[in-house]
Design a protein around this ligand. Structure first.
Ligand code: GLA
Length: 697
């Protein structure tokens, strides 16, 4: 199997951060922006807020190495000692996300070049070319200096390499990148013949006769070879990951503390987190709400569930979120009272054992002065500060949750390579967007109260009752075989349109669209029938056969007609039963939803885009097959559970303005914050939360 979830290659840090017996609470701390007198006030206030961990030095390269090879670590010595003196642990950054001015002056050809040839300048922050030898060398040098000096500092419990690899830029079209890309291609393909075959270069006369003629897929007269672009996305990810590994190994030579780098799960298209998860000691993530989305708690939950899945189910760290509004969206909506705590506790309920923010104290100058902070410009008399202090108290109250695991019966397939490929140009419809489908299916599951993992299509899927493939455009033969085995051995698989179309080279599968999944689904796609913009059609649900194969039984949703758009397929049945037929549209009367029994399981296929409400009709019989049922809770109530050997922890969040209830709590349930016993049902105050301990089931 290609990608298994989190398996650190270094020491096993299942015991959490060394010397930390608590949930972590804190944020990025950038005291170099302030006179040192302010530091004393900072640590006093940190104690008041219950802060026990801060991330330090992430953007400090220019101060730590003011001239090439000249170090000035005095201020960092004083800072770490001060924090240590106040019992605050440190997540020590390597500052390599923002090389100093001298670096770009000395190595101008290490600047990133965009696809259209723009050379990116200094004066902001951001990567140098990840493939430029001078950048790699300078990054490892400053990292080594920090690891030598602070590798066993008593305050340092974690290393924070770089910052959000892949942002703000990832792809680099510079000459250094082109050289490295050719090297990478030689390793991947072995020979030019193999490369020509994989890229299908006979099309449009692109056959290469010399390695030196192969270049980066920069802007060209028409669209660039999609297989070349897909390989470039893989190469870019590998180049970034190589930078991380180089720094991580430099740290490991001098320090036995765990190493992480903060991911942007579900928000950074450049990184294949299944790969990255294997290289870090502890998985960590940053998450910011999409202000424009009034139900952005669902996107938050998705990112948290993806992070936990990348961590292989182990506890992970939320290294950044915001106390209120950010500063980089179009309209930076402030969080309303209680929202910050609910956000933090949703992450906690979904497996985070660290709740951290960007940043501790709001910056007076620079690009992020309008970003919220734990200590806002308004100071300690503000609502945000009071809620920060309250959240610190809450986390102390619920600290026994640390280490408990989340269990999910459902997995959504997530494969970055497939997303890279689907995002390229000249696909059958611009409306067939992978992220939109992932979000819609996830939202349905969220509303139905079903906790969801994400899974790579080649990983072991046997723990799940239901696997959803909302957007598996690129599906390797191995992945399809894995999914087919999953169905045969009793799983329920639901595949959405425009899946299993191409192989790892973006070449259409032999046997046509859906080719390698035909056995699992009992259906083939003869032709795509994309709809015009705004065009809709209906899907009428029919009774599916009984699970014993005998006679027809009423399935949930029978007779319902729902609306679809964007897509239809011309389907050829190869053993599947028709559960839904098109009403109108280019395939009027033809199969739209199919169900196929294979071995002990069932393979479902849906060939149009259903919105989140219509998905309820589709999923009712699918849940039936999988032995699942919606929780029945109100739509604005979010309940997630973490399980320990002797207890289960129920995190219940009320995203509405009315009081809500969580019913059917077992005897012996206790509110972890108030200590009160809860009998039968727990009420959740408007916009509020409860964290409960129940006996293990
Ligand atoms: C990112 C970065 C931080 C900060 C925040 C602002 O997550 O890692 O340095 O810029 O965004 O939201």
């Amino acid at each position: 199997m290609r990608s298994a979830p989190h398996r650190p290659v270094g020491p096993d840090y299942t015991g959490w951060l060394p010397g930390v017996d608590d949930l972590c609470y804190g944020g990025d701390y950038n005291p170099e922006q302030w006179p040192e007198e302010v530091w004393e006030q900072d640590v006093t206030l940190m104690r008041e807020a219950g802060v026990n961990l801060v991330s330090v030095g992430i953007f400090s390269w220019a101060l730590l190495e003011p001239r090439e090879g000249e170090l000035d670590l005095g201020w960092l010595d004083r800072l770490l000692d001060l924090l240590h003196g106040h019992g605050i642990k440190v997540d020590l950054g390597t500052p390599t996300a923002s090389p100093p001015a001298w670096f770009f002056h000395t190595y101008p050809d290490a600047r990133v070049v965009t696809r259209d040839g723009t050379v990116l300048g200094f004066g902001s922050r951001g990567m140098a070319s990840p493939s430029h030898p001078a950048y790699r060398e300078a990054a490892v040098r400053i990292t080594t200096a920090l690891a030598e000096r602070y590798g066993d500092h008593p305050a340092v419990v974690l290393w924070h390499v770089h910052n959000e690899y892949g942002a703000p830029v990832s792809e680099d079209y510079s000459p250094a990148s082109a050289t490295a890309f050719r090297r990478w291609l030689r390793e991947r393909h072995g020979s030019l013949d193999a490369l020509n075959a994989a890229w299908g270069t006979r099309f449009w006369g692109q056959v290469y006769g010399e390695w030196e003629h192969v270049g980066v897929p920069a802007a060209a007269p028409s669209i660039v070879n999609p297989a070349q672009r897909l390989d470039f996305a893989r190469f870019t990810d590998d180049a970034l990951l190589a930078c991380f590994v180089a720094e991580r190994d430099a740290i490991r030579a001098h320090s036995d503390r765990p190493v992480t780098t903060n991911f942007m799960a579900a928000a950074c298209p450049a990184t294949d987190l299944w790969k990255w998860g294997r290289e870090v000691d502890i998985v960590s993530n940053d998450h910011y709400l999409t202000a424009a989305d009034p139900r952005n708690q669902v996107g938050l939950a998705l990112a948290a569930d993806l992070t936990r899945s990348v961590a292989g189910g182990k506890p992970w760290m939320l290294l950044e979120h915001s106390t209120s509004g950010v500063n980089w969206q179009e309209r930076n909506v402030a969080k309303r009272p209680g929202e910050m705590a609910r956000n933090a506790l949703s992450h906690l309920g979904r497996g985070a054992d660290a709740i951290m923010f960007f940043q501790w104290r709001a910056s007076r100058s620079g690009a992020e002065k309008f970003h919220s902070a734990m200590l806002p410009h308004a100071g300690t008399s503000s609502r945000v500060w009071r809620e920060v202090v309250e959240l610190g108290e809450t986390l102390r109250g619920v600290r026994e949750v640390r280490g408990a695991r989340v269990h999910a019966d459902v997995a959504i397939l997530w494969d970055q390579e497939s997303f890279w490929a689907q995002d390229l140009e000249w696909r059958p419809s611009v409306d067939a967007r992978h992220r939109e489908r992932v979000d819609a299916f996830y939202d349905r599951l969220w509303r139905d109260g079903l906790t969801t993992d994400f899974a790579h299509p080649e990983q072991d899927l046997s723990p799940y009752r239901l696997v959803v493939a909302p957007a598996s455009y690129l599906l390797t033969a191995d992945a399809a075989a894995n999914l087919t085995r999953y169905v045969e051995s009793g799983g329920t698989l639901l595949v959405s349109f425009f899946s299993a179309v191409v192989d790892e080279h973006d070449a259409v599968h032999p046997g046509g669209f859906l080719g390698p999944l035909r056995r699992a689904l009992g259906v083939a796609v003869e032709e795509f029938l994309p709809l015009r913009a705004g065009e809709t059609l209906g899907v009428r649900f029919e009774a599916a056969p009984g699970t014993d194969g005998a006679g027809r039984v009423d399935t949930p949703g029978t007779g319902a007609v729902v609306r679809g758009d964007v897509w239809a397929d011309d389907l050829a049945l190869e053993g599947a039963d028709v559960v839904g037929r098109f009403v109108g549209g280019p395939a009027d009367g033809a199969p739209a939803v199919t169900r196929h029994r294979l071995g002990a399981g069932t393979g479902w296929y849906v060939s149009t885009r259903l919105d989140v409400d219509a998905l309820a009709t589709l999923l009712a019989p699918v849940y039936d097959d999988a032995g699942l049922a919606p929780s029945g809770l109100a739509t604005d109530v979010e309940v997630v559970r973490r399980h320990a050997d002797d207890a289960q922890y129920v995190v219940a969040l009320n995203h509405s303005d009315a009081e809500q209830k969580v019913p059917d709590l077992p005897d012996g349930t206790v509110d972890l914050v108030s200590g009160d016993r809860v009998v039968g049902a727990a009420t959740i105050p408007p916009a509020g939360f409860r964290v409960l301990r129940s006996p293990a089931r």
